[in-house]
Design a protein around this ligand. Structure first.
Ligand code: ATP
Length: 580
């Protein structure tokens, strides 16, 4: 793969388009020499009377005509280079964003444990934006200018090689200064990016936790941390601008010294009679003309050099292997088996699940219970292959889920989680997410069965009401009913319910229980519940303790054993009798 393609992380098509963009920019640069040539001819015509000649109006009109044609050519070249440079680079970055998002979607959940959301968002939006800017505003223009300046100076060398050399020599010197100082930019930029990430993380934490911060009177402490992060970011931004500025200004001064050099040499040569006035004027005008764009590009060049950090971050993310597996294997039975499963979130840390073997029958309700932190949610997540087990295996209908494509596996499951994730969209669309192929009638039927009618119809826009960020406008019970409607619509054979009826008032709880009863009919159901009275009718209750299987059986059997379940159940029954 060519180095430039690799450095910019371009697809083959993107690289081909970049070459076209460079060609288009070079063409524009040359086209700009046309009006310049016409102007030179006009000046030469105008000074004819001063040198004893006669101004020819016919020639002037002809030059005017050429001027118009040149303007037309410049216009078309600009249009072409605009389309090739900007449109194409925005298309390339759209592709990059989509493939990055697509890749992230398939990554193991363990990655989301180690990378926080701010870093992923920065990757997706910021890094692609940096590459997009480098691709649209820097690389094609800089390369095209280097090509055109070299060609122009080579042509000028035909007039006078000494003057051409004087005009050209400072260009590579200026670029050299920028490239030579790239390590310093790299360091400054990395520090700046890290401080930016830290500040973004603090802002996010502050905004998300604003309720808790106020309730616990942590305003001062938390705001202090945010203020420090923002101050550090400002300090490092100034440091970076200053560090970059020193070298950029140095490079610009060296470049502009080329004007002085050309003027000095030109004056010496004309005094010695070694150059005519007209070629000398040509040199002076061209030097001023060609240095202009380079002066701007020198200020942008550091961005190209430190965009490596953004590219490396994207590269690292793309290098993480997604979870793969068969997408065709059909699961015909839905009994779930965990065989000697071990698992830990942190490979070097304590094991969260230890040697668990359980069997969850098809078409029945299995409840996972146990003290807080005993591993109930973890078992449910392992069954959904959010993580892969460390030892042992999990099978559904005899098929090891490690061999299944996670998305394919997901098509067999519906979740009703404690934290319902809602999108900033209408109620209708939030339900329809459950099944992209569902008809309008099916969506409305699911909404009705999940008892969403009761709140949706009271809202001004009904089902078209927009929910705001993560459904902030709905109550906890309403959010859960909406998530049940989603699961109903999906109609998957395996249902995972995580604390679905926690923290609800009795009226809401009874509505949700009704909705859940409809949802779980004839399905393999795994319920994670804290309140044990809600699972007394379950076909099987699995009791976990410190990541291990403690007991297993029906409510009656477990009560008779007088073990952990009996203890937890009795404590909860007693606490229900308490009043405050
Ligand atoms: P609860 O009833 O309080 O929800 P639980 O029985 O469902 O608890 P899990 O959520 O499975 O317990 O957690 C089991 C252990 O794993 C806990 O010690 C918890 O701190 C840890 N844990 C849970 N999720 C993660 C995670 N994403 N990364 C690291 N550790 C985790």
């Amino acid at each position: 793969m060519p180095r430039l393609q690799n450095a910019l992380m371009l697809t083959d098509k993107g690289y081909k388009d970049l070459k076209k963009a460079i060609a288009a920019c070079t063409l524009t640069n040359f086209s700009l020499m046309l009006p310049f040539g016409v102007m030179l001819q006009v000046i030469m015509e105008l000074i004819k009377p001063l040198t004893g000649g006669e101004l020819s109006w016919n020639r002037m009109w002809l030059l005017f005509g050429f001027g118009l044609v040149a303007a037309g050519i410049v216009f078309f070249c600009h249009k072409n280079d605009y389309r090739k440079t900007y449109v194409v680079s925005y298309m390339e970055s759209e592709n990059a964003r989509t493939s990055l998002a697509e890749h992230i979607r398939k990554l193991p959940m363990s990655l989301f444990n180690s990378k926080d959301l701010t870093e992923l968002t920065t990757n997706l939006m910021g890094d692609v934006h940096t590459t997009e800017h480098v691709l649209s505003h820097i690389v094609p223009q800089v390369i095209a200018n280097c090509i055109s300046i070299t060609v122009i100076c080579m042509m000028l060398a035909l007039l006078d090689w000494r003057m051409a050399l004087a005009a050209y020599i400072t260009v590579p010197l200026a670029f050299f200064i920028i490239f030579a100082s790239r390590k310093i930019y790299g360091k400054l930029h990395k520090k700046h990016v890290d401080s930016h990430l830290a500040a973004s993380g603090q802002v996010q934490e502050y905004l998300e936790g604003i309720k808790v911060i106020r309730a616990c009177n942590l305003d001062g402490e938390k705001f202090g941390a945010l203020e420090n992060a923002l101050r550090a970011m400002k300090r490092l931004a100034i440091q970076m601008e200053f560090g970059t500025g020193v070298f950029v200004t140095g490079a610009q001064v060296v470049l502009q010294a080329g004007i002085g050099l050309t003027v000095f040499l030109g004056t010496t040569l004309i005094t010695d009679g070694q150059i005519e006035l007209i070629p000398l004027l040509v040199f002076f005008m061209i030097v001023v003309r060609i240095y202009g764009p380079i002066l701007t590009e020198l200020t942008l060049l550091p961005e190209f050099l430190y965009h490596r950090i953004a590219v490396n971050r994207m590269r690292n993310l793309m290098a993480v292997q997604p979870m793969t597996g068969e997408a065709e294997t059909e699961i015909k039975q839905y009994d779930i088996k965990l065989n000697n499963v071990d698992f830990s979130y942190n490979p070097d840390g304590e094991q969260t699940i230890r040697d668990i073997s359980i069997s969850i029958p098809e078409d029945g309700i299995t409840a996972l219970v146990g003290p807080s932190g005993s591993g109930k949610s973890t078992v449910a997540r392992l069954i959904a292959r959010f993580w892969d087990v460390e030892n042992g295996s999990i099978t559904i209908g005899g098929v090891d889920i490690k061999t299944l494509d996670p998305e394919h596996l997901m098509s067999y499951m519906s979740f009703v989680f404690q934290d319902v994730i809602l999108f900033n969209d209408s109620i209708y669309n939030n339900i329809a997410i459950g099944n992209a192929k569902a008809t309008h009638e099916q969506v409305m039927e699911a909404a009705r069965l999940a008892r969403c009618d009761e709140f949706a119809e009271k809202l001004p826009g009904g089902y078209d009401t927009l929910l705001g960020e993560n459904g902030a406008t709905l109550s906890g019970g309403e959010r859960q009913r909406l998530s049940i409607a989603r699961a109903l619509l999906k109609d998957a054979p395996i249902i995972l319910l995580d604390e679905a009826t926690a923290s609800l008032d009795p009226e809401n709880e009874s509505l949700i229980q009704q909705a859940i009863s409809t949802l779980i009919e004839g399905k393999t159901v795994i319920v994670i519940a804290h309140r044990l009275r809600t699972v007394v009718d379950a076909d099987q209750i699995i009791v976990l303790e410190k990541g291990q299987l403690s007991e297993q059986g029906s409510h009656e059997e477990l009560m008779k054993r007088e073990g952990l379940y009996h203890r937890l159940f009795t404590i909860q029954q007693q606490s229900m009798g308490w009043s405050v």
